[in-house]
Design a protein around this ligand. Structure first.
Ligand SMILES: *Cc1c(COP(=O)(O)O)cnc(C)c1O
Length: 366
């Protein structure tokens, strides 16, 4: 089966993990944590990085650090992975959903204003499937209405908005390093910020809110959201190849877009977008299957499976899911979700396999 995702690992990961094990520092103190935090934040152009146990705890830590609490509202896109919404709920705050842009599937800046109330504290844009959101438009609204921005950049390591890397646009920005993400630490996450106070507070809350001056003194209820030195050792090895991984993913996306161009020209499918102002990293290469196609989205996925090609449907609109159910209509979220397929996108795939996927789709959708 040609997989949708697969981590890109080699001897370097093994070497650093072995080194960490031999050093005895296998919990959350050790040199690899410091190196990883420094390298990842420098890569994204921020002053600080606070590594966490996973991407969801990074989001929760970011929201808590910004003081989001009961009674507050946080604006999030209706089309995202459920962790974005859950993190808001963990603060006893309310996620308020906003429709996405029809072209690039991120939160639509034009639909944000109408959702702002006296309770709104923050906007959480999600750079879906590797494509950045329109950060200038979102920053203008946030400044205007005195709101925080928390970037959920879990799917967009290295993506750029107007030449600047994502992760540098939020008051705090969060990444995930789960096994299927662009780079991985197995499980892992990070909060990035340029703010001295947020950095201090996030570090304190990550470590049981233990006082720096007085051992076992806790002024708040904190968390154990620490990353281990073993995870960070893998992360340091991954940082040595992040640019290579992104280059492969962008190159593979180009092969897909060329090979599927005629189906797109005929309006049968839509190709993964890249706006003029964006450098997309194609975490997962996506296509949308239009009504004009002779087969349904799910039929296409089933027939690909018969040809040993794995694929995935897009996320459901969050407001379709039982914990967040509402009958509110989010036209673009619903349409995009229903039509979208993630194609095999691992950086480990060879171009022959990508051509096999392209041929299969062209055969299924004449
Ligand atoms: C993967 C992902 C997360 C959560 O990351 P975990 O490391 O799995 O907790 C959050 N938001 C988005 C958009 C994601 O894709």
């Amino acid at each position: 089966m040609i997989p949708v995702c697969e981590p890109y690992l080699d001897d370097k990961e093994l070497k650093y993990v072995l080194d960490a094990v031999k050093s005895g520092w296998i919990s959350s103190i050790g040199k690899y944590i410091d190196i990883f935090e420094n390298e990842y934040s420098r890569y994204c152009g921020t002053k600080y990085g606070v590594a966490t146990s996973n991407g969801t705890t990074a989001l929760h830590l970011a929201l808590t650090t910004l003081g989001i609490e009961k009674g507050d509202e946080v604006l999030i896109p209706d089309l995202t992975f459920i962790a974005s919404a859950n993190a808001v709920k963990y603060c006893n705050a309310q996620p308020v959903f906003v429709d996405v842009h029809p072209e690039y599937w991120g939160i639509d800046p034009e639909k944000i204003e109408e959702k702002i109330t006296i309770k709104t504290k923050a906007i959480m844009p999600v750079h879906l499937y590797g494509h950045p959101c329109d950060m200038d438009a979102i920053r203008d609204i946030a400044n205007d209405r005195d709101l925080y921005i928390i970037e959920d950049a879990a799917e967009a390591h290295g993506a750029e908005y107007k030449g600047k890397k994502v992760g540098g646009f939020g008051d705090i920005s969060c990444f995930s390093f789960y096994g299927n993400k662009i780079i991985t630490t197995g499980e892992g996450g990070i909060c990035l910020t340029n703010n001295d106070g947020f950095n201090e507070k996030a570090r304190m809350l990550r470590d049981h809110a233990m006082s720096k001056e007085k051992r076992y003194w806790h002024d708040y209820i904190g968390y154990n959201y620490r990353m281990t030195n073993l995870q960070a050792a893998i992360g340091v090895a991954q940082m040595e190849k992040i640019d290579k991984i992104i280059k492969i993913k962008r190159n593979n996306a180009e092969i897909y877009s060329k090979g599927l161009k005629s189906l797109s020209d005929e309006g049968i499918i839509e190709l993964h977008p890249e706006m003029k102002w964006a450098r997309c990293v194609f975490w997962l290469y996506c296509i949308l299957v239009n009504d004009k196609a002779r087969k349904s989205r799910d039929q296409i996925m089933n027939e690909l499976k018969l040809k040993n090609i794995d694929s995935r449907p897009f996320f459901y609109p969050i407001n379709f899911l039982p914990p967040y159910y509402s009958r509110e209509l989010f036209v673009n979220s619903e349409k995009t979700s229903k039509k979208g397929i993630n194609l095999p996108s691992a950086a480990t795939i060879n171009s022959k396999d990508i051509l096999k996927v392209i041929d299969a789709i062209n055969e299924l959708l004449p």
